[in-house]
Design a protein around this ligand. Structure first.
Ligand SMILES: [Zn+2]
Length: 311
């Protein structure tokens, strides 16, 4: 049996897991992402975990799902805005020199999308859009079973398509970007702003906590939630009219919180879509692999690249 050790490198944690060629997760854990000297400390950490598991398992490859912009062919990190020193890292080459195992690196949202396609919410589907709602909006587009990369690996940045002309300023330099309205952080900020109008200063509140208040029929939370669903839906209907996908999968903590959240989106997009698109019951589904989707996707890519895939 082949085993792939997979890592999901994020701004705060590095999640890792051992997955066999059938796609069964044998073991998983997480470690803190190094905050300095990442080009030295990250390979050290990965190699330490690989060597430890090699004592008990025949590991045949390393699959890495990483934050930032990734050159999948070369296994390099092209750009990362949340890990200092990470941009430009030749991750696959560095690891291979030390451990002589094949290494595959892909962007975390693309990996998560492939993970959902292999073992999660969209098995058997060929035309799918995957979004993760968090601090920003990550997105990946699959057409005819293949990830759409564009001419320079830059395709699929739905978070930076504009939904409000002259709207809120965005880190990308534009105004009115989708993620400034429909990311979880926007939902939280909207709620904090509305409470401030009432003289209530909030510092720490999570999207999940606000959803709980919506369940309890809190009027401010409900108003902000309705607006949030409406903003999310504007972007999704644009996607539907542009790509006519079989499914849109939404990941990120908030999407996995309640079934109601996804159902509310389905209700609103159905009202907004042109009637000719109303040919299936629901179009939007929650991620079923959650935080593990990136690990499964990294495993799938590694197995596929080295022809070990038996599915
Ligand atoms: Zn933007």
């Amino acid at each position: 049996m082949d085993y792939i050790i997979c890592f999901d490198i994020g701004g705060t944690f590095i999640k890792y897991g051992l997955i066999n060629q059938k796609g069964q997760m044998m073991f998983k854990d997480k470690a803190l992402t190094p905050k300095h000297d990442i080009q030295t400390l990250l390979p050290e950490l990965i190699i330490e975990k690989v060597k430890l598991l090699q004592n008990d398992f025949a590991i045949t490859g390393i699959g890495i799902s990483s934050c930032g912009l990734v050159n999948h062919e070369k296994g390099e990190i092209l750009f990362s805005n949340n890990l200092p020193g990470y941009s430009g890292m030749k991750l696959a080459e560095t690891l291979f020199k030390s451990i002589e195992l094949p290494v595959v690196v892909e962007n975390d949202v693309k990996s998560a999308c492939l993970g959902e396609m292999w073992k999660g919410a969209i098995q058997g589907k060929q035309n799918v859009v995957f979004l993760t709602l968090g601090t920003g909006i990550g997105s990946s587009i699959i057409i005819d079973g293949n990830i759409v990369n564009g001419s320079h690996q830059l395709a699929g940045e739905l978070g930076h398509t504009v939904i409000v002309a002259n709207g809120r300023t965005c880190g990308c330099g534009r105004r009115g970007c989708y993620e400034r309205y429909a990311a979880t952080s926007a939902f939280v900020n909207d709620y904090i702003e509305e409470k401030k109008k009432q003289g209530v200063i909030l510092e720490n509140v999570s999207g999940e906590q606000i959803l709980q208040l919506v369940n309890e029929k809190d009027p401010v939370a409900s108003m902000v939630y309705k607006r949030f669903i409406s903003y999310i839906s504007i972007g999704l209907v644009n996607i539907v009219h542009l790509l006519n996908p079989e499914a849109i999968i939404i990941g990120g903590g908030i999407a996995e919180q309640t079934e109601q959240f996804i159902q509310d989106i389905n209700i609103v997009i159905k009202k907004e879509m042109m009637p000719i698109y109303h040919n299936q019951k629901d179009l939007v589904f929650p991620s079923t692999l959650g935080n593990d989707a990136g690990l499964y996707g990294a495993c799938y890519l590694t197995l596929k690249k080295f022809s070990h895939l038996q599915v």
